[in-house]
Design a protein around this ligand. Structure first.
Ligand code: AMP
Ligand code: MG
Length: 506
């Protein structure tokens, strides 16, 4: 089957209020949930990357670049941009919306309904002062990372395709007054919906409670059918599910060393999916204070170690947004407690799995705190460290040396003392089978994505495809790839833009 012959539906457009105008210049669109808008046709769309399993899920064969590159719209598609708002870096930013994303429509696969969205396909009423386009480097990062996250078991939106557009896009990567042309690209991403916390906030903060109610009713009816919205109790149960899924997603980030980088409320999916891959990064050296996002370098609001707390702050903004629908808004505090207890619960089970503990027991909290502190004493690679822990046969730091950047300078006594403590805690038999499933061998390190980008910018997609295939099986040994990809960050990547530093420019 091909894209245009799928069963396209438009539940969202049919059941929520939208803009009367089609397309048009960036503007405020008060009291609406979306605007119809067509992708801007691109000169020469070429399909470069394709996710075979997303294709299979949709039931389509590889191809369709005219649709996926925005050059053509099939009759049954009804493209639109979603309107939402958001708190950016802690401040209410008003209307944001899909400024460079256009949903082609929803597809009913028979099993589920999925939204297909082009990212980088031109201006919409929500583009504000920008161009609605995306560059190849950020599109490769989004494609590879969403698929890698999926195979790691982290809740995420998916990517179907990456198409280059045949047109250059000008960007000032480090915002230092040096704009340069870069190849443009479009990723087609796929999710149950792209509704965000900010989708609800915009109506509450603008005092449009009727539209808020319509959107909440719509969301719960289609995406949370086990819940109801006509009682406080029903709303609370729904919000508890959102709290729990958000907490679960963030602890999964912590497990694999992922830093989202821009946890604004417009980037928080109502489904607890990782969404909007921008200046994200993977922890290499285990440093909870690290953020890849240069825009956040000073206050580090979105650093690795802050993510659970920021999730809670964002969730509180969602509760404020829903509160006008509650007869007794005070009841919402219960769901805040649930978020905290979910974080606690998932965090404990994460450590049980990462350290092969069997179950979380008294004293384990101390064991984990000590581990976190020694890990920070010298530069230590998180992924390699935990992976090697999943295979060692005796509690000796010698077996873990490969995880250290400077093998001459390891606090060996401290490490051996901690390892012995861990070893005796697990009775000399850590559950290493389970540990291997919690401690991936391969993740999309920043420099790996950069190598794929450097080659792709020269028209060579072999590294991008190699990484896509490698990261389909992140927990497998894949010994043939070890020498190349089971490696610490190379020196060239230490200070390179795109590896250790990323901006929001994309
Ligand atoms: P993000 O940082 O990707 O979450 O984007 C924040 C807001 O800026 C969203 O409303 C985006 O749609 C918008 N935006 C980001 N880049 C562009 C662009 N190149 N053109 C238009 N809007 C953009
Ligand atoms: Mg966003």
């Amino acid at each position: 089957m091909s894209l245009d012959s799928l069963n396209w539906v438009s539940r969202f457009l049919d059941q929520t209020p939208g803009d009367e105008n089609v397309g048009g210049l960036p503007r405020q669109v008060p009291n609406k949930c979306w605007s119809r808008v067509l992708p801007t046709p691109t000169p020469d769309p070429i399909l470069r990357l394709w996710s075979t399993d997303v294709g299979e899920e949709l039931g389509i064969e590889m191809g369709g670049e005219l649709f996926l590159g925005g050059k053509k719209v099939a009759k049954k598609m009804d493209p639109y941009a979603q309107r939402y708002g958001g708190h950016q870096f802690g401040n209410w930013a008003g209307q944001l919306g899909d400024g460079r994303a256009i949903t082609l429509g929803e597809v009913d696969t028979g099993e589920k309904t999925l939204e297909l969205q082009l990212k980088g396909s031109g201006m919409t009423p929500y583009s504000r002062s920008a161009d609605g386009k995306a560059v190849l480097r950020s599109s490769i990062r989004e494609f590879l990372c969403s698929e890698a996250m999926y195979h790691l078991g982290v809740p995420t939106t998916r990517a179907l395709s990456l198409v280059t557009t045949g047109e250059d896009v000008v960007r000032d990567i480090m915002y230092n007054g040096r704009p340069a042309p870069e190849p443009g690209a479009i990723v087609c991403r796929v999710a149950p919906s792209f509704l965000r916390f900010g989708s609800f906030q915009i109506h509450t903060l603008n005092g449009n409670f009727d539209t808020l109610k319509t959107l909440v009713d719509y969301t719960v009816k289609h995406h949370f059918p086990n819940h109801r919205t006509d009682t406080d109790e029903g709303l609370l149960e729904w919000l508890k599910q959102v709290a729990d899924e958000t907490a679960k997603m963030i602890i999964e980030w912590m497990r694999v060393g992922f830093v989202h980088g821009v946890m604004n409320t417009d980037n928080m999916s109502i489904h607890g999916l990782t969404i909007d891959y921008g200046p994200y990064g993977w922890l290499e050296d285990y440093n909870p204070d690290w953020t890849p996002n240069t825009t956040d370098a000073r206050t580090k609001r979105y650093k690795f170690g802050n993510q659970a707390k920021i999730g809670q702050w964002n969730y509180a903004r969602l509760l404020e947004a829903i509160s006008p629908l509650m007869v007794e808004p005070n009841l919402l505090y219960e769901t805040m407690d649930l978020y905290e207890s979910s974080i606690h619960k998932y965090n404990n089970s994460m450590w049980v799995e990462k350290l092969g503990l069997g179950e979380f027991m008294q004293g384990d909290e101390e064991l984990v705190t000590e581990l976190s502190s020694i890990l920070q004493s010298v530069e230590t690679d998180m992924t390699i460290f935990f992976r090697l822990m999943s295979t060692i046969r005796e509690p000796e730091i010698d077996h873990l040396k490969f995880a250290f950047y400077d093998e001459e300078n390891i606090p060996e006594d401290e490490w051996n003392a901690w390892l012995k403590k861990w070893w005796s805690r697990v009775g000399g038999q850590p559950d290493q089978g389970k540990m291997k499933l919690a401690n991936p061998k391969y993740v999309l390190r920043n420099w790996m994505a950069q190598l794929a980008i450097d080659a792709a910018e020269m028209d060579d997609y072999s590294i991008a495809n190699e990484l896509y295939e490698l990261l389909k099986f992140p927990y497998d040994e894949q010994p043939e790839h070890e020498n190349k990809w089971f490696q610490k960050r190379p020196e060239w990547a230490r200070h390179r833009v795109g590896c250790s530093m990323l901006s929001c420019s994309s």
